[in-house]
Design a protein around this ligand. Structure first.
Ligand code: HEC
Ligand code: HEC
Ligand code: HEC
Ligand code: HEC
Length: 368
């Protein structure tokens, strides 16, 4: 679907899909564009459009209109980059169109990214998670009485708990030393690793009556979700939790050892055992889509970036074959709102660093 008509020295470049209203036709002088590229751009973007370092994006495979928008954004401050702002502030509209036409007319590049980058995934969190697995069980599935499972738990809840352990604000003896030196990103990867596990269903414990427990669980479900699967990032799931831990934790709330939760209704010991029996045998699910590969996650993005019809809107850049580092950096800029685009900000705000890296690794390994 490249609406590019090649000529010898000058080409006519149709910059909008035929299904978009207000199509305009740009006249582009390819030779003039090439001369500017050689003089001003090739040190960084090459004559073939490939970024000389991993921080510099590839320019081939992008629609001319997107490249023009990007240069306007640098010039007008919507995107921050000193060198590009300097360069674009002196360029005429014709120069901008010519250079965009030149780079968008080049053949696609073969990706440099290898399978190693492609493996950046939730599994990276496994190294940090090993610290916790010593007590909380392999993959965070606890088989030890009184020790909570972490598998499938809400990632934000795990991150906050771990940060509080690190500063000593939450008890959990000994974890300050254990967690010393961990960066925020390590904690996030660890939380995503546990959150993406799906533990097997537990056998009923030797105490309590799950049927009776279910009958009195309605008041808990308001916060902890149906069948103990929470959809609130600040409220832990109870499904599949180790039953003795559940008994102890509920009693602790009743005795107000764990403050804040005055709302949690007081219960008798027998009722607490029933509740623990009920919740412990519920099927716990992974709270994040850890098993999704970059390709599966990318399905949401491809709606705009690589539509099945092949008719990508002209203001939407191609992501395939772009460098891994550049993709990660751009997504994080949208997430922080350092790069203007409210729609991409909304999209990216739901993504953790880990998910962004997985998506970037996928796109970096595709040919455009
Ligand atoms: C000093 C190195 C350097 C030079 C010279 C340079 N660029 Fe860039 N260019 C970059 C970097 C780094 C970025 C990524 C900046 C960012 O993160 O927004 C970039 C981004 C771009 C983008 C945005 C691409 C996208 O996918 O959004 C365009 C378009 C672009 N440059 C065009 C040009 C043109 C045209 C020239 C020559 C007139 C040029 N650049 C010269 C380093 C350079
Ligand atoms: C030395 C053993 C040990 C290690 C190692 C350990 N924990 Fe714990 N953890 C416990 C015990 C015991 C409890 C239950 C008592 C309590 O609530 O403090 C617990 C409770 C928890 C809870 C639920 C209670 C709450 O505060 O919400 C979370 C979440 C948790 N641990 C996360 C972690 C994470 C994440 C790691 C690794 C960074 C970790 N733990 C490492 C022993 C350990
Ligand atoms: C008003 C909302 C709310 C209601 C209702 C509520 N909970 Fe909670 N519950 C929470 C929050 C929030 C936490 C996490 C508190 C924290 O960070 O220490 C929590 C924590 C827990 C924990 C500790 C889990 C862990 O992994 O450490 C257990 C067990 C628990 N609740 C059981 C119950 C039961 C049983 C009921 C019903 C009788 C109930 N809760 C009702 C909000 C609620
Ligand atoms: C509804 C359409 C739409 C969806 C869905 C969408 N994007 Fe975008 N994306 C855009 C548009 C439009 C831009 C150009 C914005 C700009 O100029 O900054 C963009 C820009 C980008 C860029 C910057 C590329 C560059 O060359 O600088 C990245 C990276 C990106 N999107 C990644 C994603 C990822 C990953 C997803 C899926 C999680 C996604 N997008 C989903 C429309 C979309």
């Amino acid at each position: 679907m490249k609406n590019i008509l090649f000529g010898i020295t000058a080409i006519a470049l149709l910059v909008a899909c035929s299904d978009e209203p207000g199509s305009t036709e740009l006249v582009v002088d390819l030779a003039a564009g090439k001369a500017i590229a050689a003089a001003d751009c090739s040190d960084c973007h090459g004559m073939d459009g490939r970024g000389e370092t991993s921080e510099i994006p590839n320019l081939t495979g992008q629609p001319a209109e997107y490249l023009i928008d990007a240069m306007h954004a640098y010039r007008d401050g919507g995107r921050q980059h000193a060198a590009l702002q300097d360069m674009t502030s002196d360029m005429s509209e014709a120069d901008i169109a010519n250079i965009a036409g030149y780079y968008s007319s080049l053949p696609p590049l073969t990706p440099l990214s290898d399978s190693v980058a492609n493996e950046a995934s939730y599994n990276e969190g496994a190294a940090v998670a090993a610290i916790c697995e010593e007590c909380h069980g392999e993959k965070g599935i606890s088989m030890e009485e009184g020790m909570p499972s972490l598998a499938g738990q809400q990632p934000i809840y795990l991150m906050i708990a771990t940060q509080e352990y690190k500063t000593g604000a939450r008890g959990h003896e000994g974890s300050e030393d254990m967690l010393e030196g961990l960066e925020q990103v390590d904690i996030e990867k660890m939380a995503m690793y546990f959150a993406s596990q799906t533990p097997p269903v537990r056998q009923p414990p030797p105490f309590g009556d799950p049927v009776a427990g279910k009958a009195i669980s309605a008041s808990c479900g308001k916060c902890h979700g149906a069948h103990g699967i929470s959809h609130d990032p600040m409220v832990p799931s109870l499904a599949g939790q180790e039953p003795v831990y559940l008994v102890n934790a509920i009693k602790a709330y009743r005795e107000h050892e764990r403050v804040d939760e005055a709302d949690m209704p007081a219960k008798t010991d027998a009722q607490i055992e029933d509740l623990a029996a009920y919740y412990s045998i519920q099927k716990m699910e992974a709270s994040v889509e850890g098993e999704l590969t970059g390709q599966e996650m990318a399905a949401k993005c491809d709606r705009c970036h690589s539509p099945a019809s092949g008719r990508r809107k002209m203001n939407v850049p191609s992501l395939k074959g772009q460098s891994f580092e550049y993709l990660v950096k751009s997504m994080k800029e949208y997430r922080r709102e350092d790069r203007d685009n409210s729609m991409m900000h909304k999209m990216s705000s739901r993504y953790s660093d880990e998910m962004i890296e997985t998506l970037a690794a996928y796109y970096a390994s595709q040919s455009n």
